[in-house]
Design a protein around this ligand. Structure first.
Ligand code: BGC
Length: 729
């Protein structure tokens, strides 16, 4: 059994960036990087907000980090206790990921006085605008203490500063900061209430961009001096009354007391774990890594919204511009669908509500329909730049074509919508714009089809598949198969085969010639060229001409790097002219559509592509694990599963693409690990409307138990000795 904690002892400032991710707290509205109370922006502190962005000049548009409400430090006998500047004698940092509580305990020797700081913090799941922290100081000898607590608006940004104006104020035990953003004059308000269990001489002061209160007293040995903070964050996008709401929430929660808010949070987390926890016997490491991955998915679930998605780096910071990629639909969706379908709906509603952005993008390239943003920000705006990587040799931005050519994104949106509808049976999403979204995505692909005069097949040229190292290729198998999926779904809708409301059918009938579209999409689905396995080798060529590229190993390609941060793809990247690929591509296709192939073909492609895959993206390993499970090879799957499940608990993932920092949490890998356990080893699927479990556990697992939310019922699946026991509640 596991203790549901990750922790470490000893302070090492070189871990500040990675610990910010590893010890992250979050509640979907905001993510709080795992840093210490006294840290400032050089310690990579961030309270990263979901769905609100700002751009300064020509720099990349990125999500906002709120002023740091949890900023607190102690000065003892004139010495400031800041672990970065003055090493503690001992230090432990612990995340209880069952309770979603982060604690630290640091002990300093201040000229012979032993000072202990114990602090804990949480980001409330039941009250998503709320943060709480408790800072407890004790000394072993009498000492003069000044506690400094308040809001630090001098926030860490990658492409900031985003606040043109910061106005701070204090009144008794309340502190408030209101900021104004650069691009569209949005406001972020942080209001906090401080409560102490001791009497002190209180004061307040402003440093540039810091609004602070001070509490000075003489500390007696052995007494616990407790400072509680309850802080609320609201933006002008949440409500016009953002200041009043923030102040009220902080005040009400402070009056009810820190303990009450802390307990409410623990209780709600426990209710989520009751459904989503995964029990693995015989392999504690796997059980820990899996549930820790699920912790991160819970931290970023947009439960506070009814139309919002999840950024590729979750709420761990501004990396990847806080943008939504195909990661959500293809990697994270299953977890929410199987445990909390309401969140899955929220995720898909975001795509439906950003349809206009996708139509604008398609029109911008001269295409019909909807071409979704590769890096979607609010309104479906594509945050992806034309120059997404910086050349390490010249320092110049490199032209990349992710935004223009990764057309498989629109199919991912369709896949997500249809998966939601088919799994839940809830067609409301189709009525609420989903049907139109699917049709528009199909229209997009239709406008891209090419036909050679001597062929009856349609082709898709000049694309980038999941393997981003090979740009502008023709007939990427994954892309073509996903486009066919889109045509099939859209043809079904246009032909009236989905259970839509009569009013919606009427509206669609006015908007489109449905019979004509149904015929066109059916024709496109039938005639779209899908690369087939080579009759001799069984291998499917990833794109036209791929097999003619230099066949060499990943290590060989790596040995050709002239710089460790050099980009492998693009026009002259080391992998671009070889068969070495960044991530699962054909294997992703075969995983999704495994039933269309025999096991021998699946295995041959797995065996061909795996040695050629760098796994340079955290999205890669879980697809190899799923396909291996499908081929009955659980033990082959296991190391790939563990790689996905450990992406954040172990850290050490890729932090650079060229000279661009890409560190943060890896929610797609977390979602992938979940799929591996439940669908791969756990063998869960829906067959003919029934829950079906065909398990194949790795040889070291003696038991696997998980729950599935299906058809409004909770299925408890308990697998032991190769047999699955299923009970329903
Ligand atoms: C991967 C993409 C992924 C993105 C965000 C890139 O490195 O190649 O497939 O969507 O990261 O996670």
């Amino acid at each position: 059994m596991i203790d549901w904690k990750v922790s470490e002892s000893g302070f090492d400032s070189s871990k500040n960036t990675s610990n910010g991710n590893k010890y992250l707290l979050g509640n979907g509205y905001m993510g709080v990087r795992g840093t210490l109370d006294e840290f400032e922006k050089d310690g990579y502190v961030a309270i990263n907000l979901a769905g609100i962005y700002d751009q300064v000049g020509d720099a990349w548009r990125e999500p906002l980090n709120a002023p740091n409400a949890l900023y607190t430090y102690a000065v003892v006998d004139g010495v400031k206790l800041d672990a970065n500047a003055f090493a503690p004698k001992s230090h432990t940092f612990t995340l209880d990921y069952r309770k979603a509580l982060l604690t630290r305990e640091s002990v300093w020797d201040v000229n012979g006085v032993t000072v202990t700081v114990k602090a804990e913090r949480f980001a409330s799941m039941p009250s998503p605008h709320l943060l709480g922290s408790r800072f407890v100081l004790t000394v072993d000898r009498e000492a003069k203490v000044k506690l400094v607590a308040g809001i630090d608006s001098d926030v860490w940004d990658i492409n900031g500063p985003h606040y043109d104006k910061v106005v701070g104020s204090t009144l008794d035990n309340s502190i408030k900061v209101v900021t104004t953003t650069h691009e569209s004059a949005d406001h972020v308000c942080v209001a906090e209430e401080i409560r102490t269990n001791f009497k002190a001489e209180a004061g307040s002061f402003e440093e540039p961009l810091k609004t602070l209160k001070t509490y000075e007293f003489t500390a007696e040995p052995g007494v616990e001096y407790v400072l509680d903070k309850l802080a609320a964050v609201y933006t002008s996008k949440d409500t016009d009354e953002f200041e009043a709401e923030a102040q009220k929430l902080a005040y009400d929660k402070a009056q009810a007391g820190y303990e009450a808010a802390r307990q409410e949070n623990i209780d709600m987390w426990e209710s989520k774990w009751k459904v989503s926890e995964i029990i693995i016997e015989g392999d504690d490491k796997a059980m820990e890594a899996t549930n820790y991955s699920l912790y991160h998915l819970h931290c970023i679930a947009p439960r506070h919204a009814d139309s919002m998605s999840i950024a590729a780096r979750g709420l761990s910071g501004q990396t990847y511009k806080g943008a939504v990629f195909w990661d959500t639909e293809m990697f994270m969706l299953d977890f929410f669908l199987f445990t909390e379908p309401a969140v899955a709906k929220t995720l898909m509603k975001y795509r439906i509500d950003t349809l206009q952005g996708a139509k604008n993008k398609a029109a911008g390239y001269g295409f019909d329909g909807a071409f979704y943003a590769w890096e979607s920000q609010e309104g479906g705006f594509d945050g992806c730049s034309d120059y997404n990587v910086t050349d390490v040799f010249t320092g110049r931005p490199m032209r990349t074509f992710f935004k223009d050519k990764q057309i498989h994104i629109s199919a991912a949106v369709v896949y997500g919508i249809m998966k939601y509808v088919r799994y839940t049976g809830d067609t409301s999403i189709l009525n609420e714009g989903g049907a139109e979204t699917v049709i528009e995505c199909a229209k997009f692909y239709y406008s891209l089809l090419l036909k050679k005069v001597n062929s009856d097949k349609y082709e898709l040229h000049d694309v980038i598949g999941p393997d981003e190292y090979h740009e502008r290729v023709n007939n990427n198998g994954y892309t073509n198969r996903m486009a066919k999926y889109t045509f099939d779904a859209a043809a079904e809708i246009a032909a009236g085969k989905c259970d839509l409301d009569a009013a919606v059918v009427e509206k669609l009938g006015k908007q489109y010639d449905l019979a004509d579209l149904a015929a066109k999409f059916a024709d496109a689905a039938e005639h779209l060229y899908i690369p087939q396995p080579d009759p001799k080798t069984g291998v499917i060529e990833q794109f036209d001409g791929y097999l003619k590229l230099e066949d060499c190993s990943v290590d060989e390609v790596r040995s050709r790097l002239l710089h460790d941060k050099e980009y492998w793809g693009g026009a002259y990247g080391v992998a671009a002219h070889t068969q070495v690929i960044k991530q699962a591509d054909v294997v992703t296709w075969l995983t999704l559509f495994a039933d269309e192939f025999d096991d021998d073909t699946l295995l041959k492609n797995w065996s061909f592509y795996e040695p050629r895959t760098e796994h340079g993206s955290s999205l890669s390993a879980c697809m190899y694990a799923l396909l291996a499970c499908r081929c009955g090879l659980s033990d082959w799957a296991y190391p790939f599963f563990m790689k996905s499940a450990s992406a954040d608990i172990k850290g050490g993932g890729k932090e650079w693409a060229g000279l661009v920092y890409i560190g943060g949490t890896h929610p797609a890998a977390a979602g992938g690990a979940y799929m591996n356990v439940v669908k791969g080893f756990g063998g869960f699927s829906i067959k003919n409307g029934e829950v079906c479990v065909e398990p194949a556990l790795p040889s070291n697992w003696t038991r696997l138990a998980y729950n599935i939310n299906y058809g409004g019922k909770l299925y408890h699946i308990d697998i032991k000795d190769g047999k699955a026991d299923i009970t329903v509640s």
